[in-house]
Design a binder for this molecule. Structure first.
Ligand SMILES: [Zn+2]
Length: 277
């Protein structure tokens, strides 16, 4: 799942490569294209994008938003969820499997949307308020103060890892970076929010910001303009089951399966009831 660091770097690349370009053709590739596309504007998905100039590329939480210079305004809000990816490719470049949307740009490149499991969504809309899961989003990790972070945590009573991944608490953090942030904060992922002391909440807040800021830089270096990649080798614990903890050398523990795995170091992240073990 692309999370804040990947999406932020993708936004930067689109800002450089796609903004100011005209979409000379837009194609929803069947059978997946019509499934991931949602035309909330009733504008006709492909027809409305054809000829439109890309005015800006923004990120909010786990959404990327392309705005077009059209009258009335038109936005494409992309929520890649677990399996969606974007790709910038030459027009003649072989199409990867599960490519569902192709925007032909006037510089000969294509912006493509790929999605192995059709979990993501592409919303064409006049207003972001109409986009599901968008308007209820909490603040960005870099925009929230420690005070507001504490305040926003209060209503949540469950395990801290689950809380961190709730978009209505803070936007942009998913399963992978929640593991990384908790490792940096030395907090066990299954500690209950109600058990966290004030100093631990502050540690969590600082770890959230430093972990995500570092990750943006690393992703930027490794991804470059290959925005379909998801560089994560540099992570400390997520997907590192059995490897030595970079801080203390203890083999990294694993709980859960598939997309919902949790990795942590049981030495430097003590406590918590370990479910599933
Ligand atoms: Zn450790």
């Amino acid at each position: 799942m692309p999370e804040l660091p990947e999406l932020e770097v993708i936004r930067e690349v689109l800002q450089r490569r796609a903004v100011g370009r005209t979409v000379i053709d837009a194609t929803l590739v069947p059978p997946g294209g019509p499934i991931v596309a949602r035309d909330l504007a009733n504008a006709g998905f492909e027809g409305a994008l054809k000829g439109a100039v890309i005015a800006s590329a923004a990120r909010r939480g786990k959404f990327l938003v392309l705005a077009f210079q059209t009258e009335p305004s038109l936005l494409l809000a992309i929520n890649p969820k677990l399996t969606g990816r974007l790709q910038l490719a030459g027009a003649g470049e072989k199409r990867m499997a599960k490519t569902h949307l192709i925007l032909d740009l006037d510089d000969g490149r294509q912006l493509r949307y790929l999605d192995q499991k059709l979990m993501g969504q592409l919303y064409l809309t006049r207003s972001l308020e109409a986009v599901p899961e968008y308007s209820g989003m909490g603040p960005e990790p870099f925009d929230v103060s420690l005070e507001s972070f504490r305040e926003r945590l209060r209503p949540f009573r469950g395990e801290i890892k689950g809380v961190l991944t709730r978009g209505e608490f803070i936007a942009g953090i998913g399963n992978a970076y929640a593991d990384e942030i908790l490792w940096a904060a030395r907090l066990h992922p299954y500690r209950k929010r109600t058990q966290l002391r004030a100093d631990e909440v502050e540690r969590l807040y600082e770890a959230m910001r430093s972990t995500l800021a570092d990750a943006v830089e690393k992703v930027r270096g490794e991804m470059q303009e290959n925005i379909h990649l998801k560089p994560r080798d540099f992570l400390a614990v997520h997907m590192k089951t059995g490897e030595p903890c970079p801080r203390c050398g203890t083999p990294i523990s694993l709980v859960g399966a598939n997309q919902r795995i949790t990795n942590f170091c049981r030495s430097c992240q003590p406590g918590g009831l370990i479910k599933g073990m």
